[in-house]
Design a protein around this ligand. Structure first.
Ligand code: AMP
Length: 181
């Protein structure tokens, strides 16, 4: 069970991933959470990533990809994972593909959470994260449109669309259904 969760910032990927991780027994791997943990611990990786995150920009791909490769090589991720926040660009998707191919595996699907811009802005403003101020939100939505949205076409056939408006439970049911679980 190897899945990528795709969608704009504020689509509820993290919330859904936490529930799915529990139900499916596979780890939730969030690049945003990994960066925030590194920032909290004051690691060199955290120091490098912080200015990009605070500005709502993408952390350079080489740094991000190394972190993901390291996480995916850990024991608990060998039989499956829910990747949340990676890939965010076509370049990152190609890196992931190679990484998985080297292990003789590939993605089972890419869940795409579909949600309107009004709803994502509302959700982001209500969660109160350090990088959730209005200007940064605008930047992140722009990055999403320009760099991440093209992944929907890139993944084509393996995209599993999920309408991500409504209650957390409703969205979770739709997601499991889309995954065939
Ligand atoms: P998230 O928690 O997924 O919204 O990510 C928070 C921030 O972490 C983003 O705005 C980026 O600055 C950074 N980030 C997370 N994932 C990636 C990625 N795949 N590539 C580059 N930067 C990322």
């Amino acid at each position: 069970m190897r899945y990528v969760l795709l969608g704009p910032p504020g689509a509820g990927k993290g919330t859904q991933a936490a529930i799915l991780s529990e139900k499916l027994g596979i780890p939730h791997i969030s690049t945003g959470d990994l960066f925030r943990a590194n920032i909290g611990e004051g690691t060199p990786l955290g120091k490098e990533a912080k200015s990009y995150i605070d500005a709502g920009k993408l952390v350079p791909t080489d740094v991000t990809a190394r972190m993901v490769e390291d996480r995916l090589s850990q024991e608990d991720a060998q039989d499956g994972f829910l990747l949340d926040g990676f890939p965010r660009t076509v370049e990152q998707a190609e890196i992931l593909e190679k990484l998985l191919a080297n292990k003789g595996t590939k993605l089972d699907g890419v869940v795409n959470f579909e949600v309107s811009e009004d709803v994502v802005v509302e959700r982001m403003l209500s969660r109160g994260r350090a990088d959730d101020n209005e200007e940064t939100i605008r930047t992140r939505l722009g990055v999403y449109r320009d760099e991440t949205h093209p992944l929907i076409e890139h993944y084509g056939d393996i995209i599993l669309p999920v309408k991500a408006e409504g209650s957390v439970e409703e969205i979770n049911e739709r997601t499991l259904q889309a995954m065939g679980k």
